[in-house]
Ligand binder design. Structure first.
Ligand code: FMN
Length: 335
């Protein structure tokens, strides 16, 4: 390396261990089929992290526009912000900072807190990053307490996203749309084949969904859980009795562009971590978002314009099983 090309590290440069902690946190985020479509690169001055989309891990039949891909990457960004807060650092965040690099989703710069520089997320969420998992099991009938619902809505609002916990009539409408979408997906050969390709029933892997993380289908066909292994499912307990009226929450954005999808991911993960800290479990019901017409119909006709990006089922019940992640060395580039 010549004198000219030597990298100048900023005075507040992070250590490789700290970058490792940030990348591990980002990598623990939820993603469509556990595809983990992200790569992280330290900035030249080592005071920041670039979050890039990994297109080789896209799920094109199910997610042709890359909406779920960017929601997943947004969730990773939120985890990194929480991990930075746990290191005592504030984060300056720019989404799509370079129009010439569309796959550069976010630039995060880490600074010690000072006047006007505060972590925008609570470090108390940090333990939930590894604890959080999708719980596809039946939940009990106990409602999420009103106080917590208010806090979850505020958490989404901090990311510019509207969280609505649905009343009974809306819940039934969204369940119907999800059932319709699940049925259509089951009849779509390309989507079914793609889904199966992410299920890991036997060999251990560093991505995809292992058998232990799959759940039963609802015996009464009220809660349309995604069937990852066909209809009827194979390799998982076939059916169980689910809660009669699940508590569903929708995430809605005012626009429907790439930044909105990233923001949805940040809001989803912020809400999910806060729920986890409070002992509330969750799983995503994404099927209706994956078809343009059912996605459109997810909008609540009463609440005006907006785009529903995610449907989340919340409740009390068993924790979700652990799911694998790619090693940090595979997702983090230091130079
Ligand atoms: C955009 C998006 C869509 C998802 N859709 C579904 C879904 O429809 N059904 C489901 O059971 N899980 C869904 N998930 C959850 C992922 O399968 C899960 O996050 C991933 O397998 C990693 O597992 P974990 O959440 O337990 O860490 C979705 C996650 C994201 C981010």
């Amino acid at each position: 390396m010549t004198e000219n090309s030597r990298t100048i590290h900023a005075p507040d440069a992070l250590t490789p261990e700290q970058f490792g902690q940030l990348a591990a946190a980002g990598g623990a985020a939820p993603s469509l089929h556990n595809s983990q479509p992200w790569r992280f690169r330290a900035t030249d001055d080592r005071a920041g992290l670039l979050v890039c989309v990994d297109r080789s891990r896209a799920v094109p039949a199910t997610d042709p526009t890359g909406r779920a891909l960017l929601v997943s990457v947004g969730a990773a960004v939120l985890n990194i912000r929480v991990a930075a807060a746990a290191l005592g650092l504030a984060t300056r965040l720019r989404l799509f900072p370079d129009p010439g690099q569309p796959d550069l989703a976010a630039e995060l710069r880490f600074v010690p807190p000072g006047p006007g520089e505060h972590p925008s997320v609570d470090a108390a969420l940090h333990p939930a990053i590894t604890e959080r998992h999708s719980s596809r099991q039946p939940f009990t009938n106990r409602d999420v307490p009103e106080r917590l619902v208010g806090e979850l809505m505020a958490a989404a609002d901090q990311e510019g996203v509207v969280l609505a916990v649905l009343e009974e009539a809306e819940t039934r409408r969204v369940l119907e749309l999800t059932t319709d979408a699940e049925r259509r997906t089951a009849a779509d050969i390309a989507r079914e084949a793609e889904l199966r390709s992410w299920v890991r029933l036997e060999a251990p892997a560093s991505d995809g969904i292992p058998a232990a993380a799959l759940g039963p289908l609802d015996r009464d066909a009220r809660v349309p859980m995604r069937s990852f292994t066909g209809h009827p499912p194979t390799g998982v307990p076939a059916s169980a009795r689910f809660e009669p009226l699940p508590q569903l929450a929708t995430f809605t954005t005012p626009h429907d562009d790439r930044s909105a999808w990233l923001r949805t991911g940040m809001a989803l993960e912020r809400v999910w971590l806060l729920a986890t800290v409070n002992g509330v479990r969750a799983s995503v019901l994404h099927q209706a978002v994956e078809w343009p017409d059912t996605r459109w119909q997810l909008r609540d006709p009463e609440s005006g314009p907006g785009y529903v990006q995610i449907v989340l089922r919340l409740g009390f019940g068993p924790p979700g099983a652990e799911t694998p992640r790619r090693p940090v060395a595979e997702i983090l580039q230091l130079d």
